[in-house]
Design a protein around this ligand. Sequence first.
Ligand SMILES: [Zn+2]
Length: 88
Amino acid sequence: MGIQKCKVCNHQFTYKEIFISFFNIFNRVYCSKCHTKHILMVYVRLLNGLLTPLLLFSVLLLPWPLSLLLIILDVLIFPYYARYHPAD
Ligand SMILES: [Zn+2]
């Protein structure tokens, strides 16, 4: 598990590029070398769709500092499990 490379030119995406895309509602990232638009894969969107409510629900079950830590941890490791495919 590492940060993905561009599917077109094999350019290594940076942590910052992927991290910023987490907060982009369209979850797109552009290769800084060949400018190809990459879209987040459906399974990662589904994973986030399941994980986010679970983490938010954990606020009710766990002490809040622990829940907050889990939420921050999820956001920080996102660039390592995010997978993109080039847009058509
Ligand atoms: Zn590229």
